[in-house]
Design a protein around this ligand. Structure first.
Ligand code: FAD
Length: 462
């Protein structure tokens, strides 16, 4: 049998999960493979998720966020080509054309597209020549992280940056507001919608209130229209309503979009969010596979395609693809929209998580939605650990199926969502969740866990 030539475009979470899984599968099968990984930047296999904590000062340097170095990939047998961008794809000839440090054509038998997503940069953040206004920057990759470390040099000192505006109220905006507040900047958050819009209003509102209590100046329903500059550097943000917020630095956290131009130009089908549409095995066309943020994945509850750019899916689908490249028949089980974050600054500790469908999403999917928020405690009330926790359980009134859970609370709150995610994965009812054998001891939970109290109360009302 001839050597199987695998080309991987994009050498971060999804691409390198696929590459290493394929190497392991080939070794197990005694099959010769040649894996070429093409990466536009100088970085591989790093945790973008850790960047806000690097900027906040919890993590000493960008290198600490690297899970596997280029040398480690190469030692494992991968032909890793850094600083090399794939710019053309000929599906008929099975050839990728590259420019950069290793220019030329890469021939493949199997191709993995793992190009991730790019941060959305609005026109108002750009200079006339298409660059970014100085002091304004997104938070996407390690280079962006390093840029933020530079921008924030001297923060908290007399001549350092003192005022920040975060644009976008999603989880990256919240994590950056935490980082900036902890670095000593007076911080404003401006968002077109609500804070944490993936939660129901009554739960997202709790996050916004926690941020206000910590000292963040939060403006929801507010659209940025333009910037003010002083000698080319940002000095303020002006909203559509004409309000002006002074700023030495501005975080762009208004979302990402799938990086799919390479395959799109080659004629591969794209979904409504412009993502690739892999089947459960990760295949998008004969000899072509995709995984990670460049994809729209299947929602396990609605069976529709959703753009959920999260590292957890990138790693899982990447692994599925890696095995299937060598002929396995593994399947990605779908996504529930499970997500977790926190806002910890200014004396406030708010943990935030969600899984399944929000009330709006459940309604749009045709459910007869019933939902309830319950206030509880993370530990027995007599324990010093006890902190407030609000849990929202969303279910279908007719079938009693559990549809979603959202949590906002103090230390120890957010990871409770995983029990709910497991219940959703197993298609349980709200009664099942209320009756499950969950753990209890005074420092960790109340005798009935907050999640179960919430499920039980909702079950009683249906
Ligand atoms: C600040 C931040 C915090 C996050 N926090 C979390 C979290 O807490 N939990 C979570 O689950 N997820 C989190 N994420 C999301 C997570 O980082 C991504 O889902 C994950 O990185 C996706 O992996 P990927 O391999 O699909 O794409 P990426 O990590 O974007 O990698 C794609 C790679 O492809 C390269 N590339 C693109 N086009 C080309 C081309 N044409 N040629 C060559 N190379 C190319 C890019 O340079 C990039 O290195 C966070 C993201 C950010 C930015």
């Amino acid at each position: 049998v001839s050597t199987l030539r695998i080309a991987v475009v994009g050498a971060d979470a999804a691409g390198m999960s696929a590459a290493h899984t394929a190497l392991r599968a080939a070794r197990a099968a005694g099959r010769a493979v040649l894996v070429t990984a093409i990466e536009a930047t100088e970085h591989t296999s790093y945790s973008a998720c850790g960047i806000p904590y690097w900027i906040a000062g919890d993590v000493p340097g960008g290198d600490d966020l690297v899970a596997r170095t280029a040398q480690e990939h190469r030692a494992a047998g991968i032909d890793l080509r850094l600083g090399t961008r794939a710019v053309g794809l000929d599906l008929a000839r099975r050839v990728v054309t590259c420019v950069g440090e290793v220019p030329g054509e890469v021939e493949y038998d199997e191709l993995v597209l793992a190009t991730g997503a790019v941060a959305i940069v609005p026109d108002w953040a750009r200079t006339p020549d298409g660059g970014l206004v100085a002091g304004v920057h997104p938070v996407k990759n390690l280079d962006d992280g390093a840029h933020w470390i530079e921008l924030l040099a001297g923060a908290g000192e007399r001549d350092g940056p003192a005022r920040a505006v975060v644009v976008g109220g999603g989880y990256i905006g919240i994590e950056m507001a935490e980082a900036l507040l902890r670095r000593g900047l007076s911080t404003t958050l401006v968002t077109r919608g609500r804070v944490m819009g993936s939660l129901d209003d009554d739960m997202g509102g709790r996050v916004g209130a926690a941020m206000v209590a910590a000292g963040v100046d939060v403006h929801t329903g507010t659209t940025v229209e333009r910037l003010e500059t002083d000698e080319g550097r940002v000095s303020g943000v002006v909203t559509a309503a004409g309000d002006r917020f002074p700023a030495d630095v501005v975080v762009l956290a208004i979302g990402v979009e799938p990086a799919t131009a390479l395959g799109g130009d080659a004629g591969l089908p794209l979904g409504i969010a412009d993502g690739y549409l892999p089947d459960a095995g990760g295949r998008i066309a004969p000899g072509v596979w995709a995984a990670g943020d460049c994809c729209e994945v299947e929602h396990r509850l609605t069976r529709t395609r959703t753009f959920l750019p999260l590292g957890t899916h990138a790693n899982k689908l990447g692994r599925v693809v890696g095995d299937n490249l060598l002929g396995a028949d593994r399947r990605f089980g779908g996504a529930l929209g499970t997500a977790i974050t926190r806002f910890v600054a200014g004396g406030v500790h708010a943990e935030i998580s969600r899984t399944g469908l929000s009330s709006d999403e459940a309604g749009a999917a045709g459910h007869d939605v019933v939902a309830l928020v319950t206030e509880g405690s993370t530990a027995s009330g007599y324990m010093p650990e006890a902190a407030p926790i609000a849990t929202k359980v969303i279910a279908d009134r007719t079938t009693r199926a559990l549809l979603g859970v959202q949590v906002v609370g103090g230390p120890g709150s957010a990871k409770r969502v995983d029990a709910a995610a497991a219940a959703l994965w197993g298609a349980m009812s709200v009664d099942d969740l209320a009756g499950m054998d969950l753990s209890y001891a005074p420092p960790f939970a109340t005798t009935w866990d907050a999640l179960q109290i919430s499920a039980r109360r909702l079950a009683e009302r249906i």
